[in-house]
Design a binder for this molecule. Sequence first.
Ligand SMILES: *[C@@H]1O[C@H](CO)[C@@H](O)[C@H](O)[C@H]1NC(C)=O
Ligand SMILES: *[C@@H]1O[C@H](CO)[C@@H](O)[C@H](O)[C@H]1NC(C)=O
Length: 235
Amino acid sequence: MIEWARWMVLGLSVVASVATPAINEIRPNKPNKPGRFLSLPVPQKCSQRPKEFFYRGHNYFYSGHLPQYRNTKLDWLDARNICREYCMDLVSMETQEENNMIFRLIQQNDVPYIWTSGRLCDFKGCENRRDLEPKSLFGWFWSATRVKMAPTNQIPQGWGYNAWSQSGHKKVPQPDNAEFDINRTNESCLSVLNNVYNDGIAWHDVACYHEKPFVCEDSEELLNYVASTNAGIQL
Ligand SMILES: *[C@@H]1O[C@H](CO)[C@@H](O)[C@H](O)[C@H]1NC(C)=O
Ligand SMILES: *[C@@H]1O[C@H](CO)[C@@H](O)[C@H](O)[C@H]1NC(C)=O
């Protein structure tokens, strides 16, 4: 009961900067899974989490490099939840240096695509946020850290390039919400695609039900939470 109450407090802080992550996301193609939630961290998994590489105080891993996930492709929320059980979350590339590191991982290992924590704020809690309009320019954020992204049509401050692809299914700059035109499915999640549209390695908006390998990154919030509720745990 106390555990849950503490979690709720932690969970509510989520609303502050952007909005709650994609909880209660409904997948029309899986009617038996109507309500879907973010997973809680599992202390034992956190202390034994895979640490493939390390950057600026955070551990990371690419799912394709772990035997247990080598052939696993998951939709965006399921991928997030795998990470979260390890006190990690999908990767957030808030700086050019970190983005370059992820692009290099994709290039050197010939990875076709990955999920990141990038998300469009188009769910419950994002209404009446004029600062997020128009959504295609101002509505994107890193759900793992709830940091807002730069406007999608601009080079972010401190960067030398815009990581969003200049091309895609519609041959226009990303995000283009292309699948909405095909069958009314919104492209609300951010994937890095490796030259799928002859456009090099770049960011694309993609419908969240697609199944992809993923990169997990330490979540300070979840690590701190597990550390504070499990005295003496090694993380
Ligand atoms: C999906 O995209 C369309 C077209 O951009 C937009 O009008 C609609 O509001 C979006 N749906 C949601 C749930 O955001
Ligand atoms: C929408 O179209 C894409 C691309 O053709 C397809 O992969 C996907 O299954 C379709 N989704 C639905 C809900 O029809």
